[in-house]
Write a protein that binds this ligand. Structure first.
Ligand SMILES: CC(=O)SCCNC(=O)CCNC(=O)[C@H](O)C(C)(C)COP(=O)(O)OP(=O)(O)OC[C@H]1O[C@@H](n2cnc3c(N)ncnc32)[C@H](O)[C@@H]1OP(=O)(O)O
Ligand SMILES: CC(=O)C(=O)O
Length: 541
């Protein structure tokens, strides 16, 4: 059976940039754009040339994609001037991209209220703007802003605005759920109405927002009605609650029926294995902790915590997995927790290179220890590296790299040379490495002279001089530090979970628990260092 072509349009670099807290540099855009092209995305919208220096700089680099059509975004010309005389439109065209996507109003309320012009003037703006793009021999796309709300309020006008763009030569008329409030049935109905009016489905695109968590469902509803282009972003970035998540839509289109048999996209099955890595790369660029429960690519997407699940997974993974995790470049995890049985335990141990026979009494002892510690506040499902350290300790297989003799942290509030009150934390750690005693002192100041607190001072002192292990420890980078009070009131217990990564891209998490936040942090730090030394194959001196 021949499959119909479904086009994927990425707007991570444009609508994704409209996410609160996201500010790409031109170099970030280059990295992301190249990754999207390698993945097989058909259109990459780079931003709005002329709107800000970063977007203009990125367009100045004139990216040359192997697969994707590079697209500039802008808005229709303003009323009262010709398209050729609109300076905002001119800046967009001056970027010289093969495709140009213009947003325009299709909801009568927005025309009269936001633009303050007549409904006819708006139709003329759409017509003239699209014709101007086509006359410049560019592929024209028209984003029908607020199309679904407009269709509800005044269906004739919304349809007329969309049809005007098509008649003026737009290759794609993109129906936008700008405020993100449409339901799948609304999308299906309005898309079908435009097709019935004479705009073919293979000229219709869909652009949805996630304000009701329906962005993916609404994109599929439009495809079901006949649309053949989907716009979205990596990891669902985008204005407010985000756009349709391409990281979810791509595997769904390639792996799930009826889409997999009916449609072909530019993303080939062989490229799908790189999806998790691209998703994590974006988080890395944004300095964000990846969303663990993200569909397909989240670290928990294939984590089997419950004992019953883990026991069946070991017999056949398809018992509790909708797809094999490797298909999207993800990995299966069997975490340890108070929900676990011996199956979870043996699987985790074998992943750590520790083989224990079924029925070994140490398994029962270890499971009891894990459940008892979870009761005290530890959380091993989020701190697999600490579980490994605990298991090695119970099995008598934890190498002794060094011994901490003592540590001390002081916090002082004092006036500095400029007579300004400052807080300074200082930590001292005394460690014994073989026969050698090492004393390290560190302050909490960062490179800009800002106080980073007692835990930071302690971490720096601990990692400052561990003699023969130093090169391995210097390769550790703290990426996340979470503190949680697990018991309220005067008996409060603090749980600290920290995440590290190294230059090989390996991430590992450790946990510490104590009524004292410094002790809890120190325990998690020690586990992190021991885990790294073990995993780098370091021998104790
Ligand atoms: C639904 C979407 O996500 S569309 C994408 C929106 N993206 C952005 O806005 C990000 C980039 N935008 C910007 O940097 C700026 O808004 C600019 C440079 C484009 C314009 O800046 P300014 O000239 O200062 O205008 P400002 O942002 O205050 O207002 C937008 C103007 O465009 C007009 N406008 C809005 N949409 C359209 C349209 N489709 N066609 C023509 N004019 C439009 C508005 O009426 C308003 O004009 P007014 O001030 O005369 O009422
Ligand atoms: C164009 C666009 O981003 C929107 O209407 O949501």
């Amino acid at each position: 059976m021949t499959r119909e072509r479904l086009y994927l349009f990425d707007t991570t670099l444009r609508d994704g940039q409209q996410t609160q807290g996201v500010d790409f540099s031109a170099d970030d855009k280059t990295r992301i754009g190249n990754a999207l092209d390698a993945l097989g995305i058909d259109y990459i919208e780079g931003g709005w040339p002329g709107a800000n220096p970063t977007d203009s700089d990125y367009f100045d680099t004139s990216p040359k994609f192997k697969h994707a059509t590079f697209t500039a975004f802008g808005m229709t010309k303003r009323a009262g001037r010709s398209a050729a005389n609109d300076d905002v439109l001119a800046a967009v065209l001056n970027a010289n991209t093969p495709a140009v996507c213009l947003v325009g109003k299709t909801h009568d309320f927005h025309v009269t209220t936001a633009l303050g012009i007549t409904l006819d003037e708006n139709i003329e703006n759409i017509d003239a703007s699209v014709k101007h793009i086509v006359a410049q021999r560019r592929e024209a796309l028209f984003d029908c802003e607020h199309f679904f709300d407009g269709y509800k309020a005044n269906p004739d006008y919304a349809l007329k605005a969309a049809k005007t763009a098509y008649d003026a030569g737009a290759r794609w008329v993109v129906l936008c759920d700008t405020n993100g409030g449409a339901m799948p049935a609304d999308v299906q109905k309005a898309t079908s109405a435009l097709i019935a009016l004479g705009v073919p489905g293979d000229h219709i695109g869909i652009h949805t927002h996630n304000d009701t968590e329906h962005a993916v469902a609404n994109s599929l509803a439009a495809v079901n009605a006949g649309a053949r282009q989907i716009q979205g972003t990596l990891n669902g970035l985008g204005e407010r609650c985000g756009n349709a998540n391409l990281t979810t839509l791509i595997p769904t289109l390639l792996l799930k029926e009826p889409y997999a048999s009916a449609y072909e996209t530019g993303v080939k099955p062989s490229a799908l294995g790189g999806l998790t890595q691209i998703s994590r790369m974006l988080d890395d660029i944004l300095n964000r902790v990846p969303h663990k429960q993200a569909a397909y690519v989240g670290a928990s997407a294939f984590a089997h915590k419950a004992g019953l699940h883990a026991s069946a997974i070991l017999k056949d993974p398809s018992t509790y997995e909708h797809i094999p995790p490797e298909t999207v470049g993800n990995a299966r995890i069997i975490p340890m927790s108070n929900q676990a049985g011996q199956s979870n335990l043996r699987e985790r141990l074998s992943k750590a290179g520790l083989s224990v026979e079924k029925g070994d009494p140490r398994l029962g002892k270890m499971l009891e220890k894990v459940k008892q510690r979870e009761d005290e506040g530890y959380a091993y499902d989020s701190a697999q590296a600490s579980f490994e350290i605990l298991a090695r300790r119970v099995l008598g297989e934890l190498p002794k790299f060094f011994d901490i003799k003592r540590y001390r942290v002081t916090v002082e509030r004092r006036k500095n040379k400029r007579d300004k009150m400052v807080t300074i934390s200082e930590a001292v750690v005394v460690a014994k490495i073989g026969d050698h005693k090492v004393l390290s002192v560190s302050e909490s100041m960062d490179n800009e002279g800002k106080d980073r607190g007692p835990v930071n001072a302690l971490s720096k002192a601990l990692a400052k001089d561990l003699g023969p292990y130093q090169a391995v420890i210097d390769d550790m980078k703290l990426v996340d530090f979470k503190v949680r009070i697990t018991n309220g009131g005067v008996e409060a217990v603090t749980r600290v979970i920290i995440e590290h990564k190294d230059s090989k891209g390996v991430h590992w998490s450790t946990v510490g628990v104590s009524p004292n936040i410094v002790d809890a942090s120190f325990e998690a730090l020690l586990d992190a260092i021991n885990w790294k030394l073990i995993h780098d194959g370091v021998m104790p001196v």
